[in-house]
Design a protein around this ligand. Structure first.
Ligand code: ASC
Length: 549
């Protein structure tokens, strides 16, 4: 089956949290329209960029793009940007059932509201290994009032101007900023108004006794979240498109770029409604109000507020329950894809914050990532060897001498657009190693997202990864496969994947500002097997004139 979409991307004024702001919409909506398909369907999306002055690229997050690496939608890696006033057509197959996302992948454009869900159902006649009465979908987000240009300029300036914590949290595109907390009373009465319909809370209406499959995704630009439905258990059954051995949580920790399905039964007192909440964890954000929605028991009035105060969130700096949830996520019995027992190559990626020429950056093995002008996929396929640094970045760091628990004494890093070339069909282990930032006693959570592949999550740990002790404890029995995974503060995360998808693939921190500041790498494999590139991805850097009609 072919599913066709025509999307008009526009800049518009909206007030998702009651504060009026320029946002980017698809066909007038943010979050954008949900793509619903069945496994093996072909999706065709004709995107018209109606932004007056901004380029565009849309990434299909969690879709591996097997055979279509040029439609991954990653500006600078797999395509040139879509220019204002032009139309670009993406075409790809959704080859796995599950919950996925799409979002802008050009600069920090995603956080202006250009995101949405992709829900892929099983083929006719097949069913999930769990039952539910209804299927619902929500995307969680954080929200800033300034523009991405403002943020980017601050991040790239000397002195460094950090973006700070978000002004609000959105539940399916709706949040609530307290207009009376604006620092300067505005002479513009339309700037912030609690009665705007854009910011009426998200309400999920449930029938008492019924069970809901709730698909929950995070598209935050910065925040790690704790999600809960007051008084209700959540049974986790899916993560990033893979079935999970079910486990029950009261609150679900979710990091930017992750998707989960939970089962929730409306089994509480049906005479009242309940809070749905999202709260920031892992960062101290006392001024960001929680995201609030309402879990409405039919036939109670949808506008009836729960009689309680919203439930409290776990302490922001308590890493332990987050580590425990990560470790609890295992592949479901009967759906286990066993990883290869050994790997051909191990790449250790140390994440640090540092400086280049006085500018604050994030680096991997002391190299801060920059994009080349010619997208990698085009440069590699067309053998344009001066398009980017041909020296690969380091395979690891000085493990014996680097102390991950202190502010590093030598803060200087280098920048490069070099990439890791992986031998086709080999098994690659990646160890994400976290460390102290440039502030004493501070280490952050980073959700890393891999394009073009799912990986097995072999283990998480605290402190410095020990290749003898820790690698011996890998879970090779029932590891979950994911496309996005956190590395916890001062911790490590071990992944394994097979480099079997010809193309050039970004692997990066899903925090917008961190990737912007250099926290990412690119893997390339099987370039000789990549088919003829479509001319629509060309036009920038040294690809000008290539295949042009
Ligand atoms: O990249 C970042 O910069 C700030 C802070 O470290 C600046 O001092 C912060 O919290 C980040 O995540």
């Amino acid at each position: 089956r072919i599913r066709r979409y025509k999307w008009e991307v526009n800049a518009e004024y909206k007030a998702p949290d009651c504060f009026r702001k320029l946002v980017i919409t698809i066909n007038g909506q943010t979050p954008g329209p949900t793509i619903r398909a069945q496994q093996n369907d072909t999706i065709i999306v004709e995107v018209t960029n109606n932004l007056f002055t901004e380029n565009l690229a849309i990434h299909w997050h969690g879709i591996r793009q097997i055979g279509t690496p040029w439609f991954d939608g990653t500006e600078g890696v797999t395509q040139c940007p879509v220019l204002p006033g032009t139309t670009f057509t993406y075409q790809f197959v959704v080859d796995r059932p599950g919950t996925y996302l799409y979002h802008a992948h050009y600069g920090m454009q995603r956080e202006n509201g250009l995101y949405g869900s992709i829900i892929v159902g099983l083929p006719e006649g097949e069913s999930e290994p769990f039952t539910y009465d209804y299927d619902r979908n929500i995307i969680l987000n954080d929200w800033y009032h300034n523009t991405t240009t403002d943020q980017a300029v601050g991040l790239a300036s000397v002195p460094f101007r950090w973006i700070g914590e978000p002004q609000s949290l959105l539940i399916h595109g709706r949040g609530r900023f307290n207009c009376s907390s604006l620092p300067i009373p505005s002479s513009d009465p339309g700037l912030c108004n609690a009665s705007y319909s854009d910011c009426s809370p998200y309400r999920m209406i449930v029938v008492p006794g019924k069970t809901y499959r709730l698909r929950i995704s995070s598209m935050t630009s910065l925040s790690a979240l704790s999600f809960q439905i007051e008084g209700h258990n959540l049974t986790v059954v899916e993560a990033d498109g893979h079935f999970v051995e079910p486990f029950v949580v009261r609150n679900l920790f979710i990091y930017s770029g992750e998707t989960y399905s939970v089962l929730v039964t409306a089994d509480q007192d049906p005479t009242r409604n309940y809070w749905i909440t999202s709260n920031i964890v892992s960062r101290n954000a006392p001024n960001t109000p929680p995201g609030l929605g309402v879990f409405v028991y039919y036939p109670n009035h949808v506008r009836r507020s729960p009689p309680t105060t919203p439930p409290a969130a776990p302490a922001w700096n308590d890493t332990r329950p987050r580590m425990e949830q990560s470790q609890a996520i295992k592949a479901r019995q009967g759906y286990i894809i066993t990883p290869p027992a050994v790997s051909d190559r191990v790449i250790v990626l140390l994440n640090t914050q540092n400086e280049i020429n006085g500018r604050r950056k994030w680096s991997v093995n002391n190299v801060s990532f920059t994009h080349p002008k010619t997208p990698y996929l085009i440069a590699l396929k067309e053998n344009i060897t001066d398009a980017f640094d041909q020296n690969p970045p380091p395979n690891g760091y000085d493990e014996a001498n680097y102390d991950i628990f202190i502010v590093q004494p030598n803060k200087n890093a280098t920048s490069s657009n070099g990439i890791y070339r992986l031998d086709f069909n080999t098994t690659v282990d990646v160890i994400l190693q976290n460390a102290n930032t440039m502030n004493p006693d501070n280490s952050e959570t980073h959700p890393w997202h891999l394009h073009g592949h799912d990986f097995w999550v072999l283990g998480y740990g605290e402190g410095k990864f020990d290749k003898f002790k820790d690698a011996g404890k890998y879970n090779l029995v029932n590891p979950i496969m994911k496309n996005t995974v956190p590395v916890h503060p001062y911790g490590w995360t071990a992944l394994r994947f097979i480099a079997d998808n010809p193309g050039a693939w970004a692997f990066h921190c899903h925090i917008e500002s961190h990737f912007f500041m250099g926290m990412g790498v690119v893997f390339a494999e099987g370039i000789e097997k990549v088919g003829k590139l479509p001319s629509s991805i060309m036009g920038c850097g040294q690809s000008q004139g290539l295949y042009r009609p």
